[in-house]
Ligand binder design. Structure first.
Ligand code: ACO
Length: 360
C-alpha cells in the first residue's frame, strides 16, 4: 500500500482537465499552457473547454457566454430572499449557505452553480453594507458583470480584463484539496450541488484558498521595507507559515503567480504598492531559503492575487469568495469527470494505532 498522510505523490484520478508540472512550473489546462491563454482567452472560453464532453448543451464560447449570463439573471431572483441571512455571515460562509440551498436535482446545474457564486458574492457584499444588490446585466461577460454587480457602476475595461485574467488563471489546478473533495463527493453519486458545496468548504482554509486575505494582513503588519527581513524571520522562527509562499506540488515559482502579477501591473496604479510587495517577496524567499533549506518554497498564486484583488477594491475578507467564483467551473468539470468514471473513492488507513478492546 502507498502511504502518505497528506497523499503527497499519491495518484487518485486520471483527468483530461489540467496538469500541474511541479518541477517545470507548468500548468496545462485542457491541452493549453496557461501562459498561452491568460490575457488572450475569455473565462467563458476556458469554461467551455473544460466542460466539453462532460456538461450538457452547446459548449462553444459564445453560447456559454449567453447561457451563463442568462443564468446570472435567473439566479438573482432566487438568491434575493436569502440575502438578509447570508449577509450576516463571512462572505465565504454566505456562499456556502447559498450553494447549500441549490437542490441536487435542479436543472442546468453547471451553469446554475457557476452563476450562483458570482451573483451571490456580489449581492452579499452589497447587502452587508446596506447597499441594494445590483441585478446582473446579460450583455456583459462574467468578469465585467461581477465587477459591476460589486460596485454598482460599470467596470473600466482594464479592471474587467485584469479580473478576467485572474478568474481564468484560477479556474482549474489539478487535484488540489478542494477539487479532490469535489471528486470524492461526486464518487458517491451524491450530486453536483453537494460536490461543489463540499469543495467550497475545503477551499475556505488558510492553507488553500483562504491565504490571500492574510497576505494583505502580513503586508500591513510588516509596514515598511526596512522591517521586512526581521518580521519575516521572526514569523518563520515562531513556526508561522508565510502566506502566499510554498506549494505541495510546485518546486519552482507557481506559473500562475507571474500571470497574476502582470495583471496587477496592467492596471497601471499604485506602483509603490507593487514595489513594496516585490520587496517583501524577495525578503520572504530569502528567509525561507535560509530557514527551510531542505525545501524549495516559492511564491504561489495567492501572493499577487491579494495585490490584484486589493487594487480592484474588493474587501479582503471576500478574496476567497472571488477565488471560489473562479474555481467553481473547475470543480464542476472534475465532479462530472469523476461521475463518468463511476468509481467510489475510498482509501484506507494503513496502520491502526488506537487501543484494543479488552478481551471479555
Ligand atoms: N512558510 C513557512 N514555512 C513553510 C511554508 C510557508 N509558507 N510552507 C511550507 N513551510 C515549511 C513547513 O513549516 C515545513 O517545515 P518543517 O519541515 O521544518 O516542519 C516544510 O516547509 C514542509 O511543509 P509541509 O506542510 O509539509 O508542506 P506542504 O507541501 O504540505 O504545504 C502549503 C503546502 C500548505 C501550501 C504550505 O506551503 C503553506 O502552508 N503555505 C502557506 C499558505 C498558502 O500560501 N496557501 C496557499 C497555497 S496555493 C493555493 O492553495 C491556491
Amino acid at each position: 500500500m502507498t502511504f502518505d498522510s497528506g497523499l503527497a505523490g499519491v495518484g487518485a484520478a486520471e483527468t483530461v482537465l489540467s496538469e500541474v508540472g511541479g518541477e517545470a512550473g507548468r500548468l496545462v489546462l485542457r491541452g493549453h499552457r496557461l501562459q498561452d491563454i491568460a490575457g488572450h482567452r475569455s473565462v467563458e472560453w476556458l469554461i467551455a473547454e473544460l466542460w466539453r464532453g462532460f456538461a450538457q448543451g452547446n459548449l462553444s464560447e459564445p453560447s456559454l457566454r449567453r447561457d451563463l449570463a442568462a443564468m446570472r439573471v435567473a439566479v438573482f431572483d432566487e438568491i434575493c430572499p436569502r440575502l438578509p441571512q447570508a449577509a450576516r455571515l463571512a462572505p465565504i460562509e454566505a456562499l456556502r449557505l447559498l450553494l447549500a440551498a441549490v437542490p441536487d436535482d435542479a436543472t442546468d446545474l453547471p451553469l446554475r452553480l457557476t452563476a450562483t457564486m458570482a451573483v451571490g458574492l456580489a449581492a452579499v457584499l452589497r447587502t452587508r453594507v446596506g447597499a441594494v444588490p445590483v441585478p446582473p446585466d446579460a450583455t456583459l461577460d462574467h468578469a465585467a458583470d461581477l465587477l459591476r454587480m460589486l460596485r454598482g457602476t460599470p467596470a473600466a475595461p482594464k479592471a474587467a480584463a485584469a479580473l478576467a485574467t485572474y478568474l481564468l488563471t484560477a479556474t482549474d489546478h489539478g487535484l488540489n484539496a478542494s477539487t479532490f473533495t469535489a471528486r470524492v463527493v461526486a464518487s458517491t453519486a451524491a450530486g453536483l450541488a453537494s460536490s461543489v458545496t463540499a469543495a467550497l468548504c475545503a477551499l475556505k482554509g488558510p492553507l488553500h484558498g483562504g491565504a490571500p486575505g492574510p497576505v494583505i494582513d502580513m503586508l500591513d503588519e510588516i509596514g515598511t521595507p526596512e522591517n521586512a527581513e526581521a518580521w519575516l524571520d521572526a514569523a518563520v522562527l515562531r513556526g508561522d507559515r508565510l502566506m502566499g509562499f510554498g506549494h505541495r506540488v510546485y518546486r519552482v515559482t507557481d506559473p500562475r503567480s507571474d500571470v497574476v502579477k502582470r495583471a496587477v501591473e496592467s492596471l497601471g496604479r499604485d506602483l509603490g504598492r507593487i514595489r513594496f510587495a516585490e520587496h517583501i517577496e524577495r525578503a520572504a524567499l530569502a528567509v525561507l531559503a535560509r530557514r527551510k533549506p531542505t525545501r524549495s518554497l516559492q511564491t504561489n498564486l495567492e501572493f499577487y492575487t491579494a495585490l490584484l484583488l486589493e487594487a480592484l477594491e474588493i474587501p479582503r475578507d471576500a478574496f476567497t469568495g472571488v477565488f471560489a467564483v473562479a474555481r467553481v467551473a473547475g470543480w464542476i468539470a472534475h465532479a462530472l469527470e469523476q461521475t463518468a468514471e463511476a468509481r467510489l473513492i475510498r482509501p484506507q488507513s494503513r496502520y491502526y494505532i488506537g487501543p484494543l478492546a479488552e478481551a471479555a
